[in-house]
Ligand binder design. Structure first.
Ligand SMILES: Nc1ncnc2c1ncn2[C@@H]1O[C@H](COP(=O)(O)OP(=O)(O)OP(=O)(O)O)[C@@H](O)[C@H]1O
Ligand SMILES: [Mg+2]
Length: 260
């Protein structure tokens, strides 16, 4: 085992108490939107917050929020710029962002050692914040697991679609097996209502209990809300555009739980 591999296999040693990773397995279930909106809600409560675009393949935090960062992770990787140099303030939401390189995809093929270095730099940068939210890419490949590794809390986003449930289960499985202390939590997104959201949660809870002997806690249910798409299309945070709407209220409840 070389040094980089050893580094990547030691997430428990690098636990970062204020880091929250947003994962899902399946793509398109709302990770990026939820991560950005959660940051806004946390910041509204007075926390110093950093949103890190950990989707090394298809970064798009900056696009969703209508930001044009001068520096991004591409500059950190290519020019060996310190990670702190890529911090961009998102003034509308009063939190900071480290954007990936949108529309490039070239960070997807980073060598293992560079991913591990990036993760370690993020752990150092995290000390300047109360909360650091990491928006992960879809899938459960090594880069995703490495970026999720140090997070004290991993929120697994799931919808009621069987493909989402299966992929979320796969993510929980590899996470729990790699690090039993990781304790991933479930957040149901795009639920028709709270009761439906709980049903979706019970489905994944049942399989995790049965096959993993692990009981994932439910951390939130976020309702499907047409205003989410509208806010994304307008490249604005939902909390600015439609404060108090159903999905905004659900994200604020999740933020309060995280801050408890
Ligand atoms: N609560 C919600 N209500 C309605 N629509 C939603 C909700 N959450 C997410 N969406 C829709 O889902 C789409 C995908 O969201 P998003 O890009 O955040 O997913 P993702 O999991 O980050 O995708 P990827 O895996 O490709 O990175 C959004 O463009 C939005 O239209
Ligand atoms: Mg995304």
């Amino acid at each position: 085992m070389n040094e980089a591999t050893a580094n990547m296999n030691a997430p428990a040693l690098l636990a970062c108490p204020n880091m929250i990773a947003i994962a899902s397995g399946k793509g398109g279930v709302g990770k990026t939107w939820l991560a950005a909106t959660l940051c806004h809600a946390l910041a509204k409560s007075g926390a110093r917050v950093l949103l890190f675009d950990g989707d090394l393949g298809l970064a798009n935090v900056d696009i969703q929020l209508g930001l044009t960062p001068e520096k991004d992770l591409g500059a950190v990787i290519e020019d060996r710029m310190p990670l702190a140099g890529a911090v961009t303030p998102f003034r509308e939401g009063d939190f900071d962002i480290v954007a990936g390189r949108s529309g490039s995809g070239n960070l997807a093929s980073l060598p293992a050692q560079r991913v591990a270095e990036l993760r370690n730099d993020l752990i150092k940068l995290a000390a300047a914040y109360d909360k650091v939210v990491v928006d992960l890419g879809a899938g459960i490949d090594r880069a995703v697991r490495v970026m999720a590794g140090p997070a004290a809390r991993v929120l697994v986003i799931v919808t009621d679609e069987p493909t989402s449930l299966t992929d979320a289960y796969a993510f929980i499985k590899v996470t729990v097996k790699a690090n039993p202390a990781a304790a991933p939590c479930v957040v149901v997104n795009m639920a028709a209502n709270a009761a439906d959201g709980h049903k979706t949660y019970e489905t994944i809870q049942t399989v995790c209990r049965k096959f993993l002997d692990y009981d994932p806690p439910l951390w939130g249910v976020v309702r499907r809300d047409a205003r989410v798409r509208d806010a994304i299309r307008a490249q604005t945070s939902l909390l600015t555009r439609y404060p108090g709407c159903a999905a905004a209220a659900d994200i604020e409840a999740l933020a309060n739980r995280i801050l408890e």
